[in-house]
Design a protein around this ligand. Structure first.
Ligand code: URA
Ligand code: CA
Length: 434
């Protein structure tokens, strides 16, 4: 086989065979195909697409391109969840301990993430001492003994995706639906999950801005699961405003703790119960997602998720006292409010701009080696549909470095649309696929 011929075939709208895709992915992982050919192929896929079978073959080959996690000696159906990413998405911090408290094993490999805030790992490092680097043995042992572990994925997991993603990132080929689907699903499958619940975000703060695009991505990932023998359910959920109130690492940990205490923002609680209920169903704990929802609601009310968070933090070397006394988490030196420039109804938010404001304050990384300020971020005081008066605070900014304030305020200035008439507020859950 020649790389040139496979690029040509895809460029002209052909369908690649499984053998051709396996050869291609092997060439990406072992670097026998040079950057320019991988990039040209990605652009051909961007324009020509791939069908569900090709995308499933690509996913499988990428998942097998490096090390894989074997969870087979942990009893039960191992269910993972994944969010395609949004602003202030605090879900995993709440869900992982809550689902584990319901007796469903949680073996979570997470990332650090680029963009508005850190990933789940960065957020967890807000607990002084928390260790995210676990050996494979430690990870498996902790899941067996405690029922939950959250750790960084090792460098050898899905190397083909690492290289392909880096090339897509600089060649304007990230937003290809089959390439996104294969990228996400290959990591979940290499992570050892038997079943997967996907939270596919749509709206101004999501990778998929349009509902149609999000639905297409959701359907394709469910299809890939079907081809590869994994049960997948996707919830398409709204990201036209940050999820909950907190955007930022330690701020989101506080929000997660408040939620596990039963004092969380309504939509964050709602999303956690919907995703978690579906996980409980796929794990075989309950006959349907609605019963799963009730199961998790009972554990939430009993404080079991909070107790599990304490145990998780302690098991990974963090200070569990911070769970009961969030004053022990990093706190910013300065706070300032951002006020509404006029009166009106909050009819739209550019959630991406809000996220960028948080990143500019130090909550996220623009580049891989940037250092995060765990205390920095935003607290959103208003939601879509609210009526606000001129001069009323919309956002509270938390920061340590006053030099960053002006730039953050400029992002916030363009983030809010205030109008004389109210507009319909998008639903939290747009669709369930699978
Ligand atoms: N997230 C991923 O993991 N991969 C993509 O391609 C896009 C978002
Ligand atoms: Ca949040």
């Amino acid at each position: 086989m020649r790389a040139y011929d496979l690029i040509l075939k895809k460029r002209d709208g052909g369908t690649l065979t499984r053998e051709e895709i396996e050869w291609w992915v092997d060439g990406i992982a072992r670097r026998t195909i040079p950057d320019e050919q991988v990039a040209a192929w990605a652009m051909a896929v961007f324009f020509r697409g791939m069908d569900a079978r090709e995308t499933a073959d690509l996913t499988r080959a990428m998942a097998l391109s490096g090390e894989t996690v074997d969870l087979s000696d942990i009893p039960g159906v191992k269910v993972d969840k994944h969010s395609t990413g949004g602003v202030g998405d605090t879900t995993t911090l709440v869900l992982a301990p809550l689902v584990a408290a319901a007796g469903i094993p949680v073996a979570k490999l997470s990332g650090r993430g680029l963009g508005h805030t850190g990933g789940t790992l960065d957020k967890l490092e807000s607990f002084p001492g928390f260790r995210v680097e676990l050996s494979r043995d430690e990870f498996a042992r902790q899941v067996r003994e405690l029922g939950i572990a959250v750790a960084g994925q090792t460098a050898d997991l899905v190397p083909a995706d690492k290289r392909l993603y880096a090339l897509r990132d600089v060649t304007a080929t990230v937003d290809s639906i089959p390439l996104i689907a294969a990228s996400i699903m290959s990591k979940k499958i290499a992570g050892g999950a038997d079943a997967i619940v996907l939270d596919v975000k749509t709206g101004s703060g999501a990778l998929m801005k349009s509902l149609d695009g999000a639905l297409e991505l959701a359907r394709l990932m469910v299809d890939i699961g079907r081809h590869l023998g994994r049960r997948v359910v996707a919830l398409v959920t709204d990201m036209n405003q940050p999820l909950g109130r907190a955007v930022g690492n330690a701020l989101e940990v506080r929000e997660a703790i408040a939620t596990l205490r039963g004092q969380g923002p309504a939509e964050l609680v709602e999303l956690c119960l919907a995703v978690g209920g579906t996980m409980a169903w796929l794990a075989g704990k309950v006959p349907d997602p609605e019963a799963g929802r009730r199961l998790l609601a009972r554990h939430l009310e009993a404080g079991d998720g909070l107790a599990m968070l304490r145990r998780l933090v302690e098991a990974q070397g963090g200070d569990p006292r911070a769970v009961d006394d969030p004053e022990r988490l990093p706190q910013a030196r300065y706070r300032q409010v951002f006020n509404a420039p006029r009166s009106g109804y909050l009819t739209a938010m550019d959630a991406q701009a809000v996220g960028t404001a948080a990143m500019v304050l130090g909550a996220g990384r623009a580049r891989k080696d940037d250092v995060i300020d765990l205390a920095a971020g935003l607290v959103m005081l208003k939601r879509l549909g609210d009526r606000v008066e001129a001069g009323e605070p919309l956002v509270e900014l938390h920061f340590n470095d006053p030099a960053r304030l002006e730039a953050a305020r400029r992002w916030l200035e363009r983030a809010f649309t205030l109008a004389d008439e109210p507009a319909p507020v998008p639903p939290l859950i747009h669709a369930v696929v699978g």
